[in-house]
Ligand binder design. Structure first.
Ligand SMILES: NC(=O)c1ccc[n+]([C@@H]2O[C@H](COP(=O)([O-])OP(=O)(O)OC[C@H]3O[C@@H](n4cnc5c(N)ncnc54)[C@H](O)[C@@H]3O)[C@@H](O)[C@H]2O)c1
Length: 379
């Protein structure tokens, strides 16, 4: 396979993470030709030029449409604010490019449907940045579940908490605008839902509640602006396999920095994982004698692939940016037609249908069935 030509749109938190992944993927994975970093798109030419130099891209532009049309670009990384994903992804797919789009897929179900339809019409690969599913520890948990070590799962509880919006005086940003989506529900909720999707499958019906801890926030201009999104969401879930679940999502959780606390309860044991301690998981199995029962801590090691590609020694640990490098390798695998552990726009649409069902449930106060994908795409 010849090296892929990469175009990156957006170079903030996630854009830098994508750029690091594109820079590193050929070094970490020796079976991947080093990609060509063709062009970086930003809001202004100055910023685009500066970031292109820092991040190793050959060209820069303030016009993302020119980047998407560039014949040297094979794959477009979209790391812009949520409301821009749909327009950019649909244009990139129409231009015959592969797409690696940040989460959440879109800010409306109609846009997610348009994106999935554009991917279906194309011959391209279109995937989403649900990076936590890439953790080798999550792969290990999947193997433990598949081996039946904790028996049939009857309950899953996932809490995702951060405190970057916990300060009521934190300035109003695009994350508080209705145009960015529902709030914690889609900003955070897509991560637990992607974990549920790879570990168990589908949500069948949901019951949600959304809360707004602060009514307004200061603007950079010195006034105050009403908060349009909900920074807290709580969800009851019933899965297709009959298991029940709880999702608890909070962007205002003082003290929690990057917590995704996953507890999976089975008939014969329990699995526990926390993204703040992303290099370990806890396993409890009920088959040991009572006096030695207790949680075992398993640290990541070379026998939890692809940890071995990063470090030859056990327990040294991977970091957040490494998950994006693994995700990038999975994307390249999918483009090469290999079996790849990555969620595409069809999976994304299913996740967005679940998000939409939760939001409707929060409005009506009752349980809502998650619509089948095709039906949702057409609505
Ligand atoms: N996967 C994850 O774990 C994760 C974590 C954080 C954010 N995200 C997602 O990544 C996306 C970006 O979030 P972020 O935190 O990096 O935001 P950010 O504000 O740090 O960066 C966004 C960048 O996009 C640029 N941009 C805006 N409009 C543009 C346009 N029209 N053309 C080109 N560039 C444009 C901005 O100048 C900025 O540099 C969001 O969708 C967010 O939900 C994902």
């Amino acid at each position: 396979m010849k090296p892929l030509g990469v175009g990156l749109i957006g170079s903030g938190f996630m854009g830098k993470c994508h750029a690091l992944a594109w820079n590193a993927v050929g070094s970490i994975f020796d079976d991947v030709p080093r990609p060509r970093l063709v062009a970086l798109g930003e809001t202004t030419q100055d910023l685009a030029e500066r970031r292109a130099t820092e991040l190793g891209f050959a060209r820069s532009t303030a016009d993302w449409r020119a980047l998407v049309a560039d014949p040297a670009v094979d794959v477009v990384s979209i790391a812009t604010p949520n409301h821009l994903h749909a327009e950019m992804a649909v244009a990139a797919l129409a231009a015959g490019k592969h797409v690696w789009c940040e989460k959440p897929m879109a800010t409306t179900l109609a846009d997610a449907g348009r994106m999935a339809a554009a991917a279906r019409r194309s011959n391209s690969v279109a995937v989403l940045g649900y990076n936590y599913i890439q953790n080798p520890v999550v792969g290990l948990m999947q193997r433990i579940l598949d081996a039946g070590e904790i028996g049939p799962v009857n309950h899953v509880r996932i809490e995702m908490d951060e405190d970057f919006m916990a300060d009521s005086e934190a300035p109003f940003s695009w994350k508080s605008e209705a145009a960015s989506g529902h709030g914690a529900l889609d900003d955070f909720g897509v991560h637990p839902l992607s974990l549920i999707r790879v570990l168990f499958g589908e949500a069948r019906r949901v019951c949600g509640h959304m809360a707004k801890p602060y009514a307004d926030r200061p603007t950079r201009e010195g006034s105050r602006r009403a908060v349009e999104t909900y920074d807290i969401a709580t969800v009851l879930v019933e899965l297709e396999n009959g298991a029940s679940g709880v999702l608890s999502l909070n962007r205002c959780a003082w003290g929690r920095k990057g917590r995704i606390f996953v507890q999976i309860f089975g008939a014969k044991g329990t699995l526990v994982y926390d993204q703040e301690r992303m290099n370990e998981c806890l396993v409890y199995t009920a088959d040991l004698p009572k006096e030695t029962q207790g949680f075992r801590t398993i640290l990541t090691a070379p026998h939890h692939p692809p940890y071995d590609r990063f470090v030859p020694a056990s327990g040294h640990g991977l970091g957040f940016n490494d998950l994006k490098i693994i995700e990038c390798r999975q994307l390249i695998g999918r483009i090469r037609g290999e079996e790849a552990r990555i969620l595409d726009f069809e999976d994304g649409l299913r996740i967005e249908l679940t998000i939409d069902a939760i939001a409707r449930s929060a409005r009506t106060g009752s349980w809502v069935e998650v619509a089948p994908s095709r039906e949702g795409a057409l609505r």
